[in-house]
Design a protein around this ligand. Structure first.
Ligand SMILES: [Zn+2]
Length: 201
């Protein structure tokens, strides 16, 4: 697993049980989505959008289910919520620290506040969010960590694809290809040298 990340000072750690009722309802909706995601064989990240204590949309990562590379939980919750006149009065919940795509979307829509389940299995981009003035509540939510850990262990290649990271296997293949290329070049150089040698003789 990833080493613990250094968090910007604007990230506030809070236990799920200490959340206010509106945040609790929002996070529960996001977690339920994540749980459903794993049961579908998908990436178990859930998200919800809450306004005035009411969940206006909750959805999960459906990248595997729909073959859609940008169908992350946060993107899907925002899509399901439909057009909103403003996002300045909403909280976005997500079971996992947002990737750069979702971070950009949160900033793009000027969402002022997010509740994040965990940043242990994926560190996300809290520094970018904090820089943009987004308030971040981090739960270190055990059940969310368990879900992601199970998923990352069971489907490492799907996970690597989700965050656009090369798997260890890909990296090994790249290295093997580089070596093969170098060898081919060396052989060509040697052949050229031989020709020169021949000429010199
Ligand atoms: Zn994302």
């Amino acid at each position: 697993m990833t080493a613990p990340v250094a968090l910007p000072p604007s990230v506030r750690r809070i236990a799920f049980d200490d959340l206010d009722p509106a945040d609790r309802v929002g996070y529960e909706a996001a977690f339920e989505q994540a749980d459903t995601g794993l049961s579908e064989g998908g990436v178990p990240v859930g998200s919800s959008i809450v306004r005035n204590g009411e969940v206006i949309a909750s959805r999960r990562n459906r990248r595997v289910q729909e073959g859609d590379p940008i169908a992350h939980g946060e993107m899907n919750a925002l899509r399901l919520a439909g057009r909103q006149p403003t996002y300045r009065d909403v909280t976005l919940h997500t079971t996992l620290a947002p990737c750069m795509m979702c971070t950009g979307t949160i900033i793009q829509f000027k969402i002022p506040r997010i509740v994040v389940g965990e940043a242990q299995t994926f560190p996300g981009n809290f520094d970018v969010l904090a820089e943009a003035g987004v308030e971040i509540l981090l739960l270190d939510h055990g059940p969310s960590i368990d879900l992601m850990t199970r998923f990352q262990t069971e489907y490492p290649e799907v996970w690597a694809e989700d965050i656009a990271e090369d798997t260890a296997e890909d990296i090994a293949e790249d290295i093997a290809e580089d070596i093969a290329e170098d060898t081919a070049e060396d052989t060509a150089d040697d052949a050229a040298d031989d020709t020169l040698d021949d000429t010199a003789h």
